[in-house]
Ligand binder design. Structure first.
Ligand SMILES: [Fe+2]
Length: 197
């Protein structure tokens, strides 16, 4: 699915007055900038696929805003024939945690296996890190430093070990992307802070 089609799908599932679709578009902007920079240094990431996945990563919020919105989003995308583009819906939720780590969370084991079985490929990819980092760089509709976003999540959902790990993983994804770029990804992110669509 190309970004234009993903945007159309996002808009078709955007209830009036909701801000999460704007969040999705901001995440897609950030992800696209990172993906383009990776391609410039020779990475083979697919920038269009990354942008499309980012645009719909929260589309499950059109069904509900609970912790399962990632799964709802993937199911919606799968039903529409776009399971590959729905990958970001699952990945921004699981954030690169291993199966072993997830089995120790509150997610029921049988359900978790059902979710993991939907991932093709099953391994975490550099593209997943790009979407994860982009999502962790947008608080509401604002592009912000990672620490600000983590604090915003704790305020909205309450501090938890899950969110602490979420923050840790986003920091790791930033390090991984910086290593792939050969320079600090903050150089790409910083000029975007505070910018609107
Ligand atoms: Fe998001």
């Amino acid at each position: 699915m190309n970004p234009a089609a993903a945007l159309e799908l996002l808009q078709a599932h955007s209830p009036a007055g909701e801000t999460w679709p704007i969040h999705c578009r901001q995440v897609a902007r950030v992800a696209r900038c990172i993906a383009d920079a990776l391609i410039e240094v020779g990475s083979d990431v697919d920038a269009d696929a990354i942008e499309a996945q980012s645009l719909v990563h929260d589309i499950g919020r059109s069904v509900n805003h609970g912790y399962l919105h990632g799964w709802e989003g993937f199911q919606l995308m799968e039903k529409l024939g776009h399971a590959a583009t729905g990958r970001g819906c699952i990945m921004h939720w699981l954030k690169g945690r291993s199966r072993e780590e997830l089995l120790q969370s509150k997610i029921p084991g049988e359900f978790l296996e059902q979710v993991l079985a939907c991932l093709d490929p099953p391994q975490w990819q550099l593209a997943d890190s790009v979407i994860s980092l982009a999502d962790s760089s947008v608080a509401g509709v604002q592009i912000v430093p990672l620490a600000f976003r983590h604090e915003d999540l704790r305020k909205r959902y309450g501090a938890s070990a899950w969110l602490d790990r979420h923050a840790e993983l986003a920091d790791q994804h930033a390090v991984q992307i910086s290593a792939a770029l050969g320079y600090d990804v903050a150089q790409i992110l910083a000029p975007l802070y505070g910018t609107q669509l």
